[in-house]
Design a protein around this ligand. Structure first.
Ligand SMILES: Cc1cc2nc3c(=O)[nH]c(=O)nc-3n(C[C@H](O)[C@H](O)[C@H](O)COP(=O)(O)O)c2cc1C
Length: 365
C-alpha cells in the first residue's frame, strides 16, 4: 500500500494495523543533537490513548512507546528514529459480526473495492490506531519547533454544535475536562448532550482548532507546496476529518474585500497585520501572524443502533456494532491535529533553509 509517508525533509512513515503486533513510525530527517527521551513522546501519546473518559472508547491500551533507533546518550543522532507501540488489547471476537458486512460511514466497502481483501479486525489501516505513529512523530516535531520558538496549541472548538465562547476562553481549562475544551461551561453542556447520545447509542462530531505561534514570515512555497495546502493535506489525511479551514475559511465567501483584508502597519520597524483573517498564510507563505486552522470531524461511524447495510454476498442486512468505539472522536483527535500541524510546519521550515543565497551562505559560515 503506497501513501504511508508524509513530508519531504522531515519525513514520517507510519506502519501497522490494530490487530497486528504493533503500530509505529519511522522519522527520517530529524536534526541531530536534540535531547529526546521516551517521556517527550509518551506525554503526547497519553493525550490520544483510549479509555481516558467514558466519552472515548473503553479499550484500555497502555500505548507505551519504545524507541528502537536514532537516539544515543539521550540525543537525536540525525539517523532514522524508529518508534513502536505494541498492541496489547486486541479482542478479535468483538469484530466477528462485521467480518463480511460493510459498516455505514466506515472504510470497509471502499477497502474491499480497492484491495478485494481486508483485515476486518478493527479496520486495519483505516483504524484510528493508525494515528499513533502520527502523534509520536508530532511530539518530536513539536519539540524541534519549540527549540526555535514555534509553539502549537490545539483544542475542541465545538462538539455537536456546542461552541466555546470568546468570553469564557481559558487555555488552562483545555486539560481539565474530558473534551479538551478551553471553556468549562461549554464542556459541561457537551457532557450532558454526550450522556444522552450514549444512551441513544449514537455518536457526535465537532470542530478542532489549532493555533501555531512563532512562525516567522516567509515559510512555505507559492505554488503546489503552499503552506496552507500542505496543512490541508496533513489534516484531511486524518480519519473522520471532513473539512479544513485556515483563517476565516468558508466565512470569507460572504465577506467584502474591505472586511476580509488585513491592513498592514509598521511596528518596531517591521510590517505587521492589524487583523488576522488570513489565518497566518498569504499566497501559500507564512505572514508572521499566528497560523489558525480548523478541522471538522464527523460523528464516529460505528454506532450500536440498528443500521441498514449490505454484506459481501450482495444481500441487504441489518447491523449493530457492539465493539468498543469512541462515542465521539474529537477529544482523541485534538492531539492528532496538533501533531500533523507540527510535522507540516517543521518540514516547511527545513525546506526553507536554502530559499535565498543569504540563507545558503549563512548555513556554510
Ligand atoms: C483518533 C481516532 C479515533 C477513531 N475511533 C473510531 C472508532 O472508535 N470507531 C469508528 O468507527 N471510527 C473511528 N475513527 C474514524 C475512522 O477511522 C474513520 O471514520 C474511517 O476510517 C472512515 O474514514 P473517513 O471517515 O475519513 O471517510 C477514529 C478516527 C480517529 C482519528
Amino acid at each position: 500500500m503506497a501513501g504511508s509517508s508524509f513530508g519531504t525533509l522531515f519525513r514520517v512513515t507510519t506502519w501497522g494495523e490494530t490487530h497486528g503486533a504493533g503500530v509505529g513510525v519511522v522519522i527520517d530527517g530529524c536534526p541531530a543533537g536534540m535531547e529526546l527521551c521516551q517521556e517527550d513522546i509518551q506525554k503526547y501519546l497519553d493525550r490520544r490513548k483510549p479509555g481516558q473518559s467514558k466519552y472515548t472508547t473503553q479499550r484500555k491500551e497502555g500505548d507505551q512507546v519504545e524507541i528502537m533507533s536514532g537516539i544515543f546518550e539521550g540525543k537525536t543522532t540525525g539517523t532514522p528514529i524508529s518508534l513502536i507501540v505494541r498492541n496489547k488489547n486486541q479482542k478479535s471476537k468483538d469484530y466477528s459480526n462485521i467480518k463480511d458486512v460493510y459498516r455505514p460511514g466506515h472504510a470497509d466497502f471502499t477497502y474491499d473495492m480497492k484491495y478485494g481483501f481486508r483485515d476486518y479486525r478493527g479496520g486495519g489501516r483505516s483504524s484510528g490506531r493508525e494515528t499513533i505513529g502520527r502523534v509520536a512523530a508530532g511530539a518530536i516535531a513539536a519539540k524541534v519547533l519549540s527549540e526555535i520558538g514555534i509553539t502549537l496549541k490545539a483544542y475542541a472548538k465545538a462538539i455537536a454544535g456546542i461552541e466555546i465562547s470568546t468570553e469564557n476562553y481559558n487555555e488552562e481549562e483545555i486539560f481539565c475536562n474530558s473534551f479538551y475544551m478551553p471553556d468549562a461551561d461549554a464542556a459541561k453542556k457537551v457532557e450532558a448532550y454526550a450522556d444522552q447520545m450514549i444512551k441513544d447509542k449514537d455518536s457526535i462530531g465537532g470542530i478542532i482548532e489549532c493555533v501555531i505561534d512563532g512562525v516567522k514570515p516567509g515559510i512555505g512555497d507559492p505554488a503546489f507546496d503552499k503552506l496552507s495546502a500542505d496543512l490541508g493535506k496533513a489534516i484531511l489525511s486524518i480519519g473522520a476529518v471532513k473539512g479544513f479551514e485556515i483563517g476565516d475559511g468558508f466565512a470569507v465567501a460572504s465577506k467584502k474585500g474591505s472586511e476580509n483584508n488585513d491592513s498592514f502597519v509598521m511596528k518596531d520597524g517591521k510590517p505587521v497585520k492589524q487583523s488576522n483573517h488570513s489565518g497566518g498564510v498569504l499566497g501559500g507563505i507564512s505572514d508572521g501572524s499566528p497560523i489558525i486552522l480548523r478541522a471538522a470531524v464527523k460523528p464516529t461511524p460505528s454506532i450500536a443502533q440498528t443500521q441498514q447495510t449490505v454484506n459481501k454476498n450482495g444481500e441487504n442486512v441489518e447491523i449493530e456494532i457492539h465493539g468498543r468505539h469512541d462515542p465521539m472522536i474529537v477529544p482523541r483527535a485534538v492531539v492528532v491535529v496538533e501533531s500533523m500541524a507540527a510535522i507540516t510546519v517543521l518540514d516547511a521550515v527545513l525546506r526553507n533553509l536554502g530559499a535565498t543565497m543569504n540563507q545558503l551562505k549563512k548555513l556554510y559560515e
